[in-house]
Design a protein around this ligand. Sequence first.
Ligand code: GLN
Length: 484
Amino acid sequence: MELCDLTAHHLLSLLKTKEINAQQILDSISQRIKKVENQIKAFVRLDSNRFPVETINQHTITTSCEKILDGIPVAIKDNICTENFLTECCSQILQGFRPPYDATVITKLKEAGAIILAAKTNMDEFAFGSSTENSCFGPTRNPWDKTKVAGGSSGGSAAAVSASETILAIGSDTGGSIRQPACFCGVVGMKPTYGRVSRYGLIAFASSLDQIGPLAKDVHDCALLLQVIAGYDPKDSTTINIEVPNYIAALEKDIKGITIGIPKEYFVEGIDEEVKTIVYEAIEELKKLGATIKNVELKHTHYAVPVYYIIATAEASSNLARFDGVRYGLRLESENLISMYSKTRGRGFGAEVKRRILLGTFVLSHGYYDAYYLRAQKVRTLIKKDFEDVFKYVDCLVTPTSPTTAFAIGEKVNNPLQMYLSDIFTISANLAGVPAISLCCGFTKNKLPVGLQIIGKAFDEEMLFRVAHAYQMHTQWHKQKPPL
Ligand code: GLN
């Protein structure tokens, strides 16, 4: 094993005892990128001739080890603003966009001593997608099987962690974009509670659903990274001003006596038999560790996908109105303003983005607003209430993260509905605003990772870390490495 294959918490202990230094970690990452990136394509605009890989804040590499992530490399998704460093959302319309400021999560990472890699990770354009195939730079490949997708939209971040091209990564999740790629690539990913992490500097997709979150090799690392990025931010009025608990301390607690709910709506037809069996085995394991298992219902689950695609597209159509050729990125000159707008937007946006702007504009239009948007909001409230009701009796819920393992590149590109359905198990947590984590719980016969999702009460990320960590302490799945 190379240094790049180790977890952040392991590397931090080696740094503390001065067995290694931060530069060696970065060199190891560089070597790995050089070796595998051509096959994986986890990063965008990466100049493979510029090695060792550069960092945004190289000058801060210290040997002090005083701060929580001192010397640990972190890769950032292309929709999170980094001051003066290209941030294009993998869209042609943002070509050449250099944000004038850092997102709050970037500021926090720098303050924590993390090393920000100067290469953004690949994603579906504007985070619209489940496979990273909607990126204007082409798809990321799954490190476990390069003919398969890495998932999306944070596919680059998940693949980079899985292939050890970074130690930690940041993604964003609007309907599953951290958890589903984490599941497909066999790593850990968490969508925190809505309001737990600042969205300041995250290029907005659907503002009432978006959250930034961590991707890591194990639960301990995931907790470390959330510890750094979580917290109230006066620059984001939707963050909540409550104390951030000590997530590392939460890892120490066992799970004897906790109650885990199994929602029956998540084990219905359409789910791959092998995935189902492997997830049931993981539930048995949790039982052995002392948890009580209880069957529960989330009655409105089957409305989640349609409700999401109304609300998310409505918000996206409005958020993307700002990309007009005047203020950001691409601009195609033309004889008058209106034709400049339409040329720029016509050329700058990819097919899926246009589809969503059309859908979103439609559901918000006069005459349809009440029938679609308003109704979807009401059903969203019912979905949220399902969770509130069930959390009166259980401490968390366990489900598969995705109904299938990673699918083939190209398999769903011409069938948007099929693609939308791959988020069927992750979307509800965004609609309800509750936190959820995905971790690997086994492999299929074809050696593809299967993901276990744990969903918790609002602001109870501690419970998710506790259950997921207890599981990893008694299993070995998270230690498996893809064949590179
Ligand atoms: N795949 C979902 C979509 O396309 C979720 C994307 C996300 O979470 N950003 O909308």
